[in-house]
Design a protein around this ligand. Sequence first.
Ligand code: NDP
Length: 448
Amino acid sequence: MDILDVIKARDPAQREFHQAVEEVVGSVQPVLDRYPEFRKAAILERITEPERVIIFRVPWMDDQGQIHVNRGFRIEMNSAIGPYKGGLRFHPSVTLSILKFLAFEQVFKNALTTLAMGGGKGGSDFDPKGKSDNEVMRFCQAFMSELYRHIGPDTDVPAGDIGVGAREIGFLFGMYKKLRNEFTGVLTGKSLGWGGSLIRPEATGYGAVYFAAEMLSTRNDTLEGKKCLVSGAGNVAQFAVEKIIELGGKVLTMSDSSGYIFDEEGIDAKKIAFIRRLKNVRRGRIKEYLEKYPQAEYAGIDQALDYNPLWDHPADCAFPCATENEINQKDAQNLMNNGVMLTCEGANMPCTPEAIDIFLDKKIFYAPGKAANAGGVAVSGLEMAQNSMRLAWTREEVDNRLKTIMRSIHSTCLEASEDFGESGNYMIGANIAGFVKVVNAMLDQGLV
Ligand code: NDP
Protein backbone atom coordinates (compact mmCIF):
# COMPACT_ATOMS: atom_id res chain seq x y z
CA MET A 1 0.00 0.00 0.00
CA ASP A 2 1.23 3.50 -0.86
CA ILE A 3 2.44 5.46 2.20
CA LEU A 4 -0.13 8.21 1.60
CA ASP A 5 -2.95 5.66 1.59
CA VAL A 6 -1.63 4.22 4.84
CA ILE A 7 -1.54 7.67 6.46
CA LYS A 8 -4.99 8.61 5.18
CA ALA A 9 -6.47 5.31 6.35
CA ARG A 10 -4.88 5.70 9.78
CA ASP A 11 -5.87 9.34 10.36
CA PRO A 12 -8.55 10.18 7.78
CA ALA A 13 -9.44 13.61 9.21
CA GLN A 14 -5.89 15.04 9.23
CA ARG A 15 -6.11 16.95 5.93
CA GLU A 16 -3.36 19.48 6.60
CA PHE A 17 -0.98 16.71 7.62
CA HIS A 18 -1.81 14.74 4.46
CA GLN A 19 -1.13 17.88 2.38
CA ALA A 20 2.32 18.41 3.92
CA VAL A 21 3.29 14.74 3.58
CA GLU A 22 2.03 14.55 0.00
CA GLU A 23 4.28 17.44 -1.02
CA VAL A 24 7.41 15.95 0.53
CA VAL A 25 6.73 12.39 -0.63
CA GLY A 26 6.07 13.68 -4.16
CA SER A 27 9.39 15.56 -4.18
CA VAL A 28 11.62 12.80 -2.85
CA GLN A 29 10.74 9.96 -5.25
CA PRO A 30 13.99 10.48 -7.27
CA VAL A 31 15.96 10.25 -4.01
CA LEU A 32 14.32 6.94 -3.15
CA ASP A 33 15.14 5.68 -6.65
CA ARG A 34 18.80 6.74 -6.29
CA TYR A 35 19.20 5.32 -2.77
CA PRO A 36 17.27 2.02 -2.59
CA GLU A 37 18.49 1.54 1.00
CA PHE A 38 16.08 4.32 2.07
CA ARG A 39 13.05 2.29 0.94
CA LYS A 40 14.46 -0.89 2.47
CA ALA A 41 14.73 0.90 5.82
CA ALA A 42 11.01 1.88 5.58
CA ILE A 43 12.11 5.47 5.91
CA LEU A 44 8.86 7.07 4.70
CA GLU A 45 6.84 5.00 7.16
CA ARG A 46 9.16 6.05 10.01
CA ILE A 47 9.60 9.71 9.15
CA THR A 48 5.85 10.37 8.83
CA GLU A 49 5.02 8.93 12.25
CA PRO A 50 5.79 11.26 15.20
CA GLU A 51 8.22 9.86 17.76
CA ARG A 52 5.78 11.00 20.46
CA VAL A 53 2.47 12.90 20.70
CA ILE A 54 1.43 14.44 24.00
CA ILE A 55 -2.16 15.66 24.46
CA PHE A 56 -3.29 17.14 27.75
CA ARG A 57 -6.05 19.02 29.55
CA VAL A 58 -5.48 22.71 30.33
CA PRO A 59 -7.99 23.99 32.92
CA TRP A 60 -7.80 27.71 33.77
CA MET A 61 -9.93 30.41 35.36
CA ASP A 62 -11.00 33.69 33.74
CA ASP A 63 -11.23 37.08 35.49
CA GLN A 64 -14.88 36.42 36.41
CA GLY A 65 -13.98 33.19 38.20
CA GLN A 66 -15.39 30.96 35.47
CA ILE A 67 -13.45 27.78 34.64
CA HIS A 68 -12.50 26.91 31.05
CA VAL A 69 -10.88 23.79 29.65
CA ASN A 70 -8.64 23.89 26.58
CA ARG A 71 -6.59 21.16 24.97
CA GLY A 72 -2.79 21.27 24.94
CA PHE A 73 -0.51 19.44 22.48
CA ARG A 74 3.16 18.77 21.85
CA ILE A 75 4.23 16.77 18.81
CA GLU A 76 7.79 15.43 19.14
CA MET A 77 8.25 14.54 15.51
CA ASN A 78 11.90 13.69 14.91
CA SER A 79 15.08 13.93 17.00
CA ALA A 80 17.58 12.44 14.54
CA ILE A 81 19.73 15.56 14.29
CA GLY A 82 19.08 17.29 17.63
CA PRO A 83 16.58 18.03 20.42
CA TYR A 84 12.99 18.61 19.23
CA LYS A 85 12.61 22.26 18.28
CA GLY A 86 9.57 24.16 17.05
CA GLY A 87 7.01 26.73 18.11
CA LEU A 88 3.85 26.75 20.20
CA ARG A 89 0.67 28.06 18.54
CA PHE A 90 -2.29 29.40 20.53
CA HIS A 91 -5.24 29.80 18.18
CA PRO A 92 -8.82 28.44 18.18
CA SER A 93 -8.14 26.67 14.85
CA VAL A 94 -5.41 24.47 16.39
CA THR A 95 -5.95 20.73 15.89
CA LEU A 96 -3.76 17.66 15.96
CA SER A 97 -3.67 17.72 12.15
CA ILE A 98 -2.40 21.30 11.97
CA LEU A 99 0.28 20.69 14.58
CA LYS A 100 1.39 17.44 12.90
CA PHE A 101 1.76 19.25 9.56
CA LEU A 102 3.75 22.02 11.24
CA ALA A 103 5.95 19.52 13.13
CA PHE A 104 6.58 17.53 9.93
CA GLU A 105 7.61 20.67 8.01
CA GLN A 106 9.76 21.74 10.94
CA VAL A 107 11.90 18.59 10.72
CA PHE A 108 13.12 19.46 7.21
CA LYS A 109 13.30 23.21 7.86
CA ASN A 110 15.53 22.70 10.89
CA ALA A 111 17.76 20.35 8.90
CA LEU A 112 18.22 23.07 6.26
CA THR A 113 19.50 25.58 8.83
CA THR A 114 22.66 23.43 9.33
CA LEU A 115 22.11 23.65 13.12
CA ALA A 116 21.61 20.60 15.36
CA MET A 117 17.86 20.74 15.87
CA GLY A 118 15.19 18.05 15.51
CA GLY A 119 11.58 18.93 14.75
CA GLY A 120 8.53 19.48 16.95
CA LYS A 121 5.50 21.70 17.33
CA GLY A 122 2.82 22.29 19.91
CA GLY A 123 0.13 24.59 21.15
CA SER A 124 -3.48 24.86 22.14
CA ASP A 125 -6.92 25.81 20.84
CA PHE A 126 -6.85 28.68 23.39
CA ASP A 127 -7.46 32.13 21.86
CA PRO A 128 -5.37 34.88 23.51
CA LYS A 129 -7.30 37.54 21.56
CA GLY A 130 -9.55 39.60 23.83
CA LYS A 131 -8.15 38.03 27.03
CA SER A 132 -6.62 40.13 29.81
CA ASP A 133 -2.92 39.80 30.65
CA ASN A 134 -3.90 37.97 33.84
CA GLU A 135 -6.04 35.48 31.93
CA VAL A 136 -3.22 34.84 29.46
CA MET A 137 -0.83 34.35 32.39
CA ARG A 138 -3.12 31.86 34.12
CA PHE A 139 -3.55 29.93 30.89
CA CYS A 140 0.22 29.85 30.20
CA GLN A 141 0.88 28.66 33.76
CA ALA A 142 -1.72 25.89 33.45
CA PHE A 143 -0.30 24.87 30.05
CA MET A 144 3.27 24.70 31.39
CA SER A 145 2.24 22.82 34.53
CA GLU A 146 1.89 19.78 32.26
CA LEU A 147 4.32 20.56 29.43
CA TYR A 148 7.32 21.00 31.76
CA ARG A 149 7.59 17.22 32.24
CA HIS A 150 8.27 16.67 28.56
CA ILE A 151 10.69 19.47 27.63
CA GLY A 152 14.21 20.57 28.56
CA PRO A 153 17.24 22.29 27.01
CA ASP A 154 18.62 18.98 25.67
CA THR A 155 15.23 17.32 25.04
CA ASP A 156 12.69 19.67 23.50
CA VAL A 157 12.96 23.45 23.19
CA PRO A 158 9.68 25.18 22.22
CA ALA A 159 9.39 28.74 20.82
CA GLY A 160 6.63 31.13 19.73
CA ASP A 161 4.29 30.94 16.74
CA ILE A 162 0.83 32.38 16.03
CA GLY A 163 -0.59 33.78 19.27
CA VAL A 164 2.59 33.13 21.23
CA GLY A 165 4.85 36.18 21.41
CA ALA A 166 7.17 37.71 24.02
CA ARG A 167 4.38 38.03 26.62
CA GLU A 168 3.38 34.37 26.44
CA ILE A 169 7.00 33.12 26.33
CA GLY A 170 7.65 35.12 29.52
CA PHE A 171 4.74 33.55 31.39
CA LEU A 172 5.61 30.05 30.13
CA PHE A 173 9.28 30.43 31.09
CA GLY A 174 8.41 31.77 34.56
CA MET A 175 6.32 28.67 35.31
CA TYR A 176 8.92 26.27 33.90
CA LYS A 177 11.62 27.86 36.06
CA LYS A 178 9.45 27.60 39.17
CA LEU A 179 8.52 23.95 38.61
CA ARG A 180 12.02 22.77 37.66
CA ASN A 181 13.96 25.16 39.89
CA GLU A 182 16.42 25.78 37.08
CA PHE A 183 17.25 28.67 34.75
CA THR A 184 18.02 27.09 31.40
CA GLY A 185 17.44 27.87 27.74
CA VAL A 186 14.32 25.72 27.57
CA LEU A 187 12.33 28.20 25.49
CA THR A 188 13.51 30.54 22.75
CA GLY A 189 12.04 33.92 21.90
CA LYS A 190 12.80 35.11 25.44
CA SER A 191 13.10 38.81 26.23
CA LEU A 192 16.54 40.34 25.93
CA GLY A 193 16.98 41.01 29.65
CA TRP A 194 16.82 37.32 30.62
CA GLY A 195 18.37 35.16 27.92
CA GLY A 196 16.81 36.27 24.64
CA SER A 197 18.83 36.87 21.51
CA LEU A 198 19.05 40.10 19.58
CA ILE A 199 17.42 39.74 16.13
CA ARG A 200 15.20 36.79 17.22
CA PRO A 201 11.96 38.79 16.84
CA GLU A 202 13.13 40.06 13.45
CA ALA A 203 14.63 36.79 12.23
CA THR A 204 11.77 35.08 10.39
CA GLY A 205 10.65 38.18 8.49
CA TYR A 206 14.19 39.39 7.77
CA GLY A 207 15.25 35.89 6.76
CA ALA A 208 12.38 35.52 4.28
CA VAL A 209 13.35 38.80 2.63
CA TYR A 210 17.04 37.80 2.53
CA PHE A 211 15.94 34.58 0.81
CA ALA A 212 13.87 36.54 -1.75
CA ALA A 213 16.85 38.82 -2.41
CA GLU A 214 19.07 35.75 -2.96
CA MET A 215 16.62 34.35 -5.50
CA LEU A 216 16.48 37.69 -7.36
CA SER A 217 20.27 37.94 -7.35
CA THR A 218 20.48 34.78 -9.49
CA ARG A 219 19.06 36.98 -12.27
CA ASN A 220 21.08 40.05 -11.27
CA ASP A 221 17.93 41.63 -9.89
CA THR A 222 17.10 43.21 -6.50
CA LEU A 223 14.08 44.27 -4.43
CA GLU A 224 14.76 47.94 -5.23
CA GLY A 225 11.55 49.50 -6.55
CA LYS A 226 9.57 46.24 -6.39
CA LYS A 227 5.91 46.53 -5.38
CA CYS A 228 5.15 43.94 -2.69
CA LEU A 229 1.91 42.46 -1.35
CA VAL A 230 2.29 41.23 2.24
CA SER A 231 -0.36 39.42 4.31
CA GLY A 232 -0.47 39.30 8.11
CA ALA A 233 0.43 41.98 10.63
CA GLY A 234 2.06 39.80 13.25
CA ASN A 235 5.65 39.00 14.04
CA VAL A 236 6.68 37.64 10.64
CA ALA A 237 4.83 40.25 8.56
CA GLN A 238 6.04 43.24 10.59
CA PHE A 239 9.72 42.43 10.12
CA ALA A 240 9.36 41.24 6.52
CA VAL A 241 7.85 44.65 5.75
CA GLU A 242 10.63 46.45 7.64
CA LYS A 243 13.32 44.63 5.63
CA ILE A 244 11.56 45.06 2.27
CA ILE A 245 11.42 48.81 2.92
CA GLU A 246 15.11 48.83 3.92
CA LEU A 247 16.05 47.06 0.66
CA GLY A 248 14.14 49.61 -1.42
CA GLY A 249 10.86 47.74 -2.02
CA LYS A 250 7.40 49.28 -1.76
CA VAL A 251 4.85 47.47 0.47
CA LEU A 252 1.21 47.98 -0.52
CA THR A 253 -0.77 45.69 1.80
CA MET A 254 -0.95 44.10 5.27
CA SER A 255 -3.78 42.20 6.97
CA ASP A 256 -5.17 40.50 10.03
CA SER A 257 -7.88 37.88 10.36
CA SER A 258 -10.59 40.57 10.04
CA GLY A 259 -9.45 42.26 6.80
CA TYR A 260 -6.66 44.04 4.95
CA ILE A 261 -5.31 47.52 4.22
CA PHE A 262 -4.14 48.77 0.82
CA ASP A 263 -1.89 51.83 0.87
CA GLU A 264 -1.00 52.92 -2.65
CA GLU A 265 1.63 55.37 -1.33
CA GLY A 266 3.44 52.46 0.31
CA ILE A 267 3.84 51.47 3.97
CA ASP A 268 7.08 53.25 4.95
CA ALA A 269 9.29 52.95 8.04
CA LYS A 270 7.16 55.38 10.06
CA LYS A 271 3.95 53.58 9.15
CA ILE A 272 5.30 50.14 10.03
CA ALA A 273 6.45 51.49 13.40
CA PHE A 274 2.85 52.63 13.93
CA ILE A 275 1.54 49.16 12.99
CA ARG A 276 3.98 47.54 15.40
CA ARG A 277 2.70 49.67 18.28
CA LEU A 278 -0.90 49.11 17.18
CA LYS A 279 -0.49 45.32 17.11
CA ASN A 280 2.03 44.62 19.87
CA VAL A 281 1.18 47.27 22.49
CA ARG A 282 -2.42 48.33 21.90
CA ARG A 283 -3.35 44.87 20.52
CA GLY A 284 -5.63 46.64 18.05
CA ARG A 285 -6.97 45.70 14.62
CA ILE A 286 -5.34 46.53 11.27
CA LYS A 287 -8.45 48.55 10.35
CA GLU A 288 -7.30 51.22 12.85
CA TYR A 289 -4.45 52.09 10.42
CA LEU A 290 -6.97 54.23 8.57
CA GLU A 291 -7.51 56.43 11.64
CA LYS A 292 -3.88 57.57 11.25
CA TYR A 293 -3.52 57.19 7.46
CA PRO A 294 -6.97 57.88 5.99
CA GLN A 295 -5.74 57.83 2.38
CA ALA A 296 -5.39 54.01 2.65
CA GLU A 297 -8.24 51.61 1.90
CA TYR A 298 -9.60 48.82 4.10
CA ALA A 299 -11.66 45.77 3.13
CA GLY A 300 -13.11 43.32 5.64
CA ILE A 301 -13.02 39.56 4.99
CA ASP A 302 -15.87 38.65 2.64
CA GLN A 303 -16.78 35.01 3.26
CA ALA A 304 -18.82 34.95 0.03
CA LEU A 305 -15.66 35.40 -2.09
CA ASP A 306 -13.68 32.36 -3.21
CA TYR A 307 -10.48 34.45 -3.40
CA ASN A 308 -8.66 36.98 -1.23
CA PRO A 309 -8.71 40.49 -2.78
CA LEU A 310 -5.41 41.27 -1.03
CA TRP A 311 -3.69 39.19 -3.75
CA ASP A 312 -5.53 40.98 -6.56
CA HIS A 313 -3.44 44.14 -7.05
CA PRO A 314 -0.73 44.89 -9.63
CA ALA A 315 2.61 44.01 -7.97
CA ASP A 316 5.98 42.29 -8.44
CA CYS A 317 6.30 40.17 -5.30
CA ALA A 318 3.99 38.39 -2.83
CA PHE A 319 4.95 37.60 0.77
CA PRO A 320 2.21 35.52 2.48
CA CYS A 321 3.03 35.91 6.19
CA ALA A 322 -0.24 35.06 7.99
CA THR A 323 -1.33 31.42 7.99
CA GLU A 324 -1.71 28.15 6.06
CA ASN A 325 -3.58 27.86 2.74
CA GLU A 326 -4.11 31.61 2.40
CA ILE A 327 -3.26 31.62 -1.34
CA ASN A 328 -5.54 29.31 -3.31
CA GLN A 329 -5.62 28.51 -7.01
CA LYS A 330 -7.65 31.59 -7.86
CA ASP A 331 -5.40 33.86 -5.78
CA ALA A 332 -2.35 32.42 -7.56
CA GLN A 333 -3.99 33.08 -10.92
CA ASN A 334 -4.77 36.65 -9.82
CA LEU A 335 -1.13 37.13 -8.79
CA MET A 336 -0.02 35.95 -12.26
CA ASN A 337 -2.52 38.24 -14.00
CA ASN A 338 -1.20 41.14 -11.94
CA GLY A 339 2.42 40.58 -12.98
CA VAL A 340 3.84 38.98 -9.81
CA MET A 341 7.22 37.31 -10.50
CA LEU A 342 8.15 36.12 -7.00
CA THR A 343 6.23 34.45 -4.15
CA CYS A 344 8.12 33.98 -0.91
CA GLU A 345 6.43 32.13 1.97
CA GLY A 346 6.95 33.84 5.34
CA ALA A 347 4.14 31.70 6.80
CA ASN A 348 4.04 27.90 6.94
CA MET A 349 2.30 26.25 3.95
CA PRO A 350 0.40 29.44 2.97
CA CYS A 351 -0.02 28.27 -0.65
CA THR A 352 -2.29 25.39 -1.60
CA PRO A 353 -0.83 22.65 -3.85
CA GLU A 354 -2.89 24.01 -6.78
CA ALA A 355 -1.42 27.50 -6.25
CA ILE A 356 2.12 26.10 -6.13
CA ASP A 357 1.50 24.22 -9.39
CA ILE A 358 0.64 27.55 -11.05
CA PHE A 359 3.85 29.21 -9.78
CA LEU A 360 6.00 26.28 -10.91
CA ASP A 361 4.22 26.07 -14.24
CA LYS A 362 4.75 29.79 -14.92
CA LYS A 363 8.35 29.45 -13.70
CA ILE A 364 8.19 32.44 -11.38
CA PHE A 365 10.40 32.45 -8.29
CA TYR A 366 8.65 30.39 -5.61
CA ALA A 367 10.25 30.01 -2.17
CA PRO A 368 8.63 27.36 0.09
CA GLY A 369 8.22 28.25 3.75
CA LYS A 370 10.44 25.46 5.03
CA ALA A 371 13.37 27.23 3.34
CA ALA A 372 12.29 30.89 3.28
CA ASN A 373 11.03 31.19 6.86
CA ALA A 374 13.80 29.10 8.44
CA GLY A 375 15.53 32.26 9.71
CA GLY A 376 13.36 32.26 12.84
CA VAL A 377 14.30 28.80 14.00
CA ALA A 378 17.89 29.41 12.92
CA VAL A 379 18.19 32.37 15.29
CA SER A 380 16.39 30.30 17.94
CA GLY A 381 19.26 27.84 17.48
CA LEU A 382 21.68 30.74 17.95
CA GLU A 383 19.75 31.75 21.11
CA MET A 384 20.25 28.20 22.43
CA ALA A 385 23.98 28.43 21.67
CA GLN A 386 24.29 31.79 23.47
CA ASN A 387 22.34 30.43 26.48
CA SER A 388 24.63 27.39 26.72
CA MET A 389 27.69 29.64 26.70
CA ARG A 390 26.01 32.24 28.96
CA LEU A 391 27.00 34.85 26.36
CA ALA A 392 25.12 37.42 24.27
CA TRP A 393 26.23 38.25 20.76
CA THR A 394 25.77 41.71 19.23
CA ARG A 395 22.99 42.61 16.81
CA GLU A 396 25.45 42.73 13.90
CA GLU A 397 26.90 39.35 14.78
CA VAL A 398 23.51 37.61 14.92
CA ASP A 399 22.26 39.39 11.78
CA ASN A 400 25.42 38.40 9.88
CA ARG A 401 24.99 34.79 10.98
CA LEU A 402 21.33 34.94 9.89
CA LYS A 403 22.33 36.28 6.45
CA THR A 404 24.98 33.58 6.08
CA ILE A 405 22.48 30.85 7.05
CA MET A 406 19.82 32.14 4.62
CA ARG A 407 22.42 32.31 1.83
CA SER A 408 23.47 28.76 2.61
CA ILE A 409 19.86 27.48 2.67
CA HIS A 410 19.29 29.16 -0.70
CA SER A 411 22.35 27.56 -2.30
CA THR A 412 21.62 24.16 -0.72
CA CYS A 413 18.09 24.17 -2.20
CA LEU A 414 19.34 25.33 -5.59
CA GLU A 415 22.09 22.70 -5.70
CA ALA A 416 19.72 19.90 -4.68
CA SER A 417 17.25 20.98 -7.38
CA GLU A 418 20.05 20.91 -9.98
CA ASP A 419 21.39 17.56 -8.74
CA PHE A 420 17.98 15.96 -9.33
CA GLY A 421 17.29 17.60 -12.72
CA GLU A 422 14.79 20.20 -11.43
CA SER A 423 16.98 23.28 -11.63
CA GLY A 424 15.42 26.34 -9.98
CA ASN A 425 12.58 24.39 -8.33
CA TYR A 426 13.16 25.49 -4.73
CA MET A 427 10.28 23.36 -3.43
CA ILE A 428 11.86 20.14 -4.65
CA GLY A 429 15.32 21.36 -3.66
CA ALA A 430 14.24 22.16 -0.08
CA ASN A 431 12.36 18.89 0.37
CA ILE A 432 15.22 16.79 -0.97
CA ALA A 433 18.04 18.54 0.90
CA GLY A 434 16.21 18.46 4.25
CA PHE A 435 15.06 14.87 3.75
CA VAL A 436 18.48 13.46 2.85
CA LYS A 437 20.13 15.02 5.89
CA VAL A 438 17.54 13.68 8.34
CA VAL A 439 17.35 10.24 6.73
CA ASN A 440 21.12 9.76 6.81
CA ALA A 441 21.11 10.57 10.53
CA MET A 442 18.22 8.14 11.11
CA LEU A 443 20.04 5.37 9.27
CA ASP A 444 23.26 6.01 11.25
CA GLN A 445 21.32 5.66 14.51
CA GLY A 446 19.67 2.32 13.69
CA LEU A 447 16.08 1.22 14.10
CA VAL A 448 14.92 3.45 16.98
P1 NDP B 1 1.36 36.19 14.77
O1 NDP B 1 0.35 35.64 15.69
O2 NDP B 1 2.35 37.17 15.29
O3 NDP B 1 0.65 36.87 13.51
C1 NDP B 1 -0.19 36.14 12.67
C2 NDP B 1 -0.87 37.11 11.73
O4 NDP B 1 -1.65 36.39 10.79
C3 NDP B 1 -1.84 38.06 12.44
O5 NDP B 1 -1.91 39.26 11.72
C4 NDP B 1 -3.15 37.28 12.38
O6 NDP B 1 -4.30 38.09 12.47
C5 NDP B 1 -3.04 36.66 11.00
N1 NDP B 1 -3.80 35.41 10.95
C6 NDP B 1 -3.69 34.35 11.79
N2 NDP B 1 -4.57 33.39 11.46
C7 NDP B 1 -5.24 33.88 10.39
C8 NDP B 1 -6.29 33.37 9.59
N3 NDP B 1 -6.80 32.13 9.82
N4 NDP B 1 -6.73 34.14 8.56
C9 NDP B 1 -6.20 35.37 8.32
N5 NDP B 1 -5.21 35.90 9.05
C10 NDP B 1 -4.74 35.17 10.07
O7 NDP B 1 2.11 34.93 14.11
P2 NDP B 1 3.50 34.88 13.35
O8 NDP B 1 3.70 36.14 12.59
O9 NDP B 1 4.52 34.42 14.30
O10 NDP B 1 3.25 33.66 12.34
C11 NDP B 1 2.73 33.86 11.03
C12 NDP B 1 3.05 32.63 10.18
O11 NDP B 1 4.47 32.45 10.11
C13 NDP B 1 2.49 31.30 10.69
O12 NDP B 1 2.21 30.46 9.59
C14 NDP B 1 3.69 30.72 11.46
O13 NDP B 1 3.59 29.32 11.61
C15 NDP B 1 4.82 31.14 10.54
N6 NDP B 1 6.14 31.15 11.15
C16 NDP B 1 6.39 31.93 12.25
C17 NDP B 1 7.66 31.97 12.77
C18 NDP B 1 8.03 32.90 13.88
O14 NDP B 1 9.23 32.99 14.18
N7 NDP B 1 7.11 33.59 14.51
C19 NDP B 1 8.73 31.10 12.24
C20 NDP B 1 8.39 30.40 11.04
C21 NDP B 1 7.12 30.41 10.55
P3 NDP B 1 -5.07 38.21 13.90
O15 NDP B 1 -4.19 39.08 14.72
O16 NDP B 1 -6.38 38.83 13.54
O17 NDP B 1 -5.20 36.82 14.42
